[in-house]
Design a protein around this ligand. Structure first.
Ligand SMILES: *[C@@H]1O[C@H](CO)[C@@H](O)[C@H](O)[C@H]1NC(C)=O
Ligand SMILES: *[C@@H]1O[C@H](CO)[C@@H](O)[C@H](O)[C@H]1NC(C)=O
Length: 615
């Protein structure tokens, strides 16, 4: 079984086949079609298939496939299909949908020009985003957490020197590297102390008790250089950094370069691409959001994504004024901020120096009298894909309204699965499938399969290079099974679970498993910087997207943009879409191999590696 994964289709060829070779193929394919048309089916398909009807479908499939390949080859030869060119230098850090001048031209104002606007036409030229001149393959985990190549991120020396906040101070420049460790370790202790302080403020003995207290998923808004998230990760929490798009000095780019989970997003006029009740804690240290702006819409949005009994932690000199501050409570004056928190039924738990912590109510009925002029949203768990910020409270009618202190993480109980409408048997079957898929994927990632020497059955499986993959984007994550299998296998990898909007119902389950995830419409670009993922995994996404009518070329270009040089792509799909993707992959200059699962199904794997192109 294992070795059959390496058995390749007969029509495999390298990324850029020479023209005369193609013509040769063309002729052989044509011959093959003629042969297949005349010979009995059993002659070419004797091994695995025994049932008559299977033979027939297999036979027809192979024939169709041969014909399809013939057509594609003819296209290749006659249309002079050539490789795509690299983009200009100005696109090195290109993130589509955030073009401020185009947004202004389209009439967006009041800061909405900084929002994500994929609906505005953009220059869709098909070119490959090139790495910066000094780009180097990132150091492997866990070294990259502390040291990154300065040529990989767009930062100027001035930007570090001017960076002031606690989480930003942790940088030192050394030749062509940026180090986040100061020699005496002082700064790192600063983050530890801070996490400890937060733990104490919510009534815990130490920050190692966060998990027991139900704090598992943290949204860190404006995460600086990610050191707080890095510390939470070391405590086995899942901390996602979210920050606005920045043309230079991006926090998101830096965090991802350090191997930490991060995503571009902001509080301007749209909802975050998460369902309600997603996070146990939302954290903001000088994240620059004016919380009592826009009639509290930002606080309402934070309330939406926090789970019952979860926390909002604000650290900023401003919070001293805007948070009630204990004195104001005694007096009669209350700030707009305080009024909002009361309307939302948040309880100010503690205040120390510049840090304030509120706890969201665990009571879904929380005094509707308090919530004057703040209605409950109609409908439950509405799909929130960059919808305008609503002036209403979400999630109170959800079956997922379970206080974090009572929710169990890790393996979900059958009652919890029921809440998500998932059959426990299907769920464990899914888990079993991903366990075996992961074993196969990992062995496929070996560079050997890209060499000129095909693996022979019985050869030892080569060991994958150590920690070459730190993050994986599961582009169509379903229940998060790949993520679960990776965690079970104790890989030091985190997974960005992306759920296509038409399948949005499974995202709450992924988040309730303690994983990180996001809604996304794959007809649009993904909100991240170029070169930020080590591996992309797309299971049945291509055939799904074909039904949505988006372009496969655009999708593969987007995958090329977000994948780092020498990163891997695993596409699993039906033979038709896989063959089409392989054609495009070769034009993108990816090393591409189609792998037949050899179990009589028409599923194929397309395993690719993006090259490190300099010119
Ligand atoms: C941004 O939009 C402006 C105006 O439409 C355009 O000239 C410019 O090329 C765009 N920039 C990018 C990087 O696409
Ligand atoms: C085998 O076939 C089934 C469907 O018949 C498919 O779902 C699966 O991906 C295939 N591969 C493996 C390794 O089981």
């Amino acid at each position: 079984m294992r070795s059959s994964w390496f058995h390749k289709l007969s029509l495999i060829f390298g990324p850029r086949p020479p023209r005369n070779w193609l013509l040769l193929c063309l002729v052989s394919v044509f011959l093959l079609i003629v042969l297949l048309g005349s010979s009995p089916p059993s002659a070419f398909d004797s091994a695995s298939v025994s049932v008559r009807s299977d033979i027939y479908t297999n036979y027809r499939r192979l024939k169709e496939q041969a014909a399809g390949d013939y057509l594609e080859l003819r296209n290749l030869v006659t249309n002079h299909v050539k490789d795509f060119d690299l983009c200009g230098k100005e696109r090195e850090n290109y993130v589509p949908c955030y073009n401020v001048s185009a947004n202004l031209l389209a009439g967006f104002q009041n800061e909405e020009e900084f929002d994500r606007h994929c609906e505005i036409p953009r220059d869709q030229q098909h070119c490959l985003v090139r790495p910066p001149k000094d780009y180097k393959i990132p150091l492997t985990w866990p070294t990259c957490k502390d040291v990154i190549w300065s040529g990989n991120v767009k930062l100027t020396k001035d930007q570090f020197l001017s960076s002031g906040s606690m989480t930003k101070r942790l940088m030192l420049l050394e030749e062509n590297q940026i180090s986040f460790l100061s020699e005496d370790g002082m700064m790192i202790d600063g983050v530890k102390d801070y996490a400890h302080q937060i733990a104490e403020m919510i009534g815990l003995g130490s920050d190692t008790e966060f998990l027991q207290a139900g704090v598992r998923n943290v949204l860190d808004i404006g995460c600086g250089f990610g050191s707080f998230s890095a510390h939470l990760l070391s405590l086995k929490l899942m901390a996602l950094c979210m920050a606005a798009y920045e043309p230079t000095g991006s926090q998101v780019q830096l965090a991802l370069e350090r191997g930490l989970p991060a995503i571009t997003g902001n509080f301007i006029s749209r909802q975050l691409p998460f369902p309600s009740l997603s996070y146990d804690m939302v954290h903001c240290t000088r994240c620059g959001i004016v919380w009592d702006d826009k009639e509290g819409l930002f606080l309402i949005e934070v309330d939406r994504v926090i789970r019952p009994g979860g926390y909002l932690v604000l650290t900023s000199p401003r919070s001293r004024q805007q948070g009630s501050s204990m004195d104001a409570k005694k007096g009669s004056m209350s700030t707009p901020f305080e009024e909002f928190t009361q309307k939302l039924c948040w309880n100010l738990l503690a205040q120390q120096e510049e840090t304030f912590i509120w706890q969201k109510t665990a009571d879904s009925q929380c005094s509707s009298s308090k919530r004057d002029n703040l209605p409950l949203c109609k409908g439950d768990d509405v799909q929130s894909y960059y919808q305008p910020l609503p002036h209403c409270v979400s999630g109170t009618a959800s079956k997922r309204w379970i206080p974090i202190q009572k929710s169990s993480f890790g393996s979900l109980s059958s009652t919890e699965l029921e809440v998500h409408g998932v059959n426990p048997e299907d769920f464990s079957e899914d888990m079993e499938f991903w366990r075996s898929a992961l074993r196969n994927y990992w062995s496929l990632l070996s560079p050997l399969i890209f060499s000129d020497h095909p693996k022979r059955p019985g050869d030892e499986d080569p060991l994958p290079p150590y920690n070459m993959v730190r993050n994986v984007m599961d582009m169509s994550a379903n229940y998060g099974g790949l993520n679960a299998a990776i965690m079970e296998a104790k890989k030091s990898v985190w997974v960005m679970n992306v759920v296509p909007i038409s399948e949005h119902k499974t995202l709450p389950l992924i988040l309730d498993r303690g994983f990180t995830g996001i809604l996304h419409d794959w007809c649009e670009p993904f909100p991240t910087y170029p070169r930020t993922y080590d591996m992309l995994h797309a299971n049945r996404l291509l055939s799904h997207l074909a039904s949505e009518g988006c372009s496969m070329i655009d999708l593969l270009f987007e995958m090329d943009r977000i994948l780092r040089p020498e990163g891997w792509i695993i596409i699993s799909d039906k033979v038709g879409p896989v063959e089409r993707a392989r054609m495009i992959a070769t034009q993108l200059r990816w090393e591409a191999r189609v792998i037949d699962l050899q179990n009589g199904s028409d599923q194929r794997l397309l395993v690719c590696q993006k090259p490190f192109l300099r010119k």
